[in-house]
Design a protein around this ligand. Structure first.
Ligand code: GAR
Length: 209
């Protein structure tokens, strides 16, 4: 399967996917394109180093979210993409795009959904909210994308401990290291192996053949 990874920033999750592919851990899939909403994203350097074609699609070049979604859809169809992975992609996609690509878009979110998710919960803000609430355990979630922000069916989750002296930055790093970088490549591989059976909000992981 041809995978497009959509990014906006540092791209450590993209790197985890690149490393997994190089180690033969993405069964039946290859990263065919990296698409960035930000021309200065370090993720683009990572794509270049791995010889993956990259494209820039800036939200402000389009009048509406709808137009942005159409441009993205055209690009994905042109490069014959089967799976879209949102890896720190900070642009909200329009409903029409989510509908067309239903159950073909995967997102990684830095909390245990349904905690600390939805509108306004992205990047460091998620960890700030977790620390403000005083939770002892947080984590990461990989889920399918629906029209509801962070509301699609959950594929994998992993819990991570919160330590007494954590700052949002320290906690973010631990959640990435202990959860995101593991469950995102795993979920992508399961998708490419056709091992995800979706029944409404529930995703069943089928055994290996
Ligand atoms: C990651 O923590 C990812 O889970 C989060 O942004 C960071 C991107 O880091 N995504 C969201 O908050 C989406 N709602 P990266 O660019 O180093 O992969």
């Amino acid at each position: 399967m041809n995978i497009a990874v959509l990014v906006s920033g540092g791209g450590t999750n993209l790197q985890a996917l690149i490393n997994a592919e190089q180690n033969g851990e993405i069964h039946g899939g290859n990263i065919a394109a990296v698409i960035s909403s930000n021309p200065n994203a370090y993720a683009l350097e990572r794509a270049k180093k791995a010889f993956i074609p990259s494209y820039i699609l800036k939200r402000k070049d389009y009048e509406t979210a709808e137009d942005y979604g159409i441009a993205l859809d055209t690009m994905l169809c042109h490069i014959k993409i089967d799976l879209v992975v949102l890896a720190g992609f900070m642009t909200v996609l329009p409903d029409s795009f989510c509908k067309k690509w239903f159950n073909k878009i995967i997102n990684v979110h830095p909390s245990l959904i349904p905690s600390f998710c939805g509108e306004g919960f992205y990047g460091l803000h998620v960890h700030e909210a977790a620390l403000a609430k005083g939770v002892k355990v947080t984590g990461a979630t990989v889920h399918f994308v629906s029209e509801i922000v962070d509301g699609g069916a959950i594929i994998l989750q992993k819990a991570v401990e919160v330590m007494p002296d954590d700052t949002p930055e320290i906690l973010q790093r631990r959640v990435m290291e202990q959860a995101e970088w593991h469950i995102l490549p795993k979920a992508v591989s399961l998708f490419c192996e056709n091992r995800l059976q979706i029944d409404g909000q529930t995703v069943k992981i089928l055994p290996e053949n």
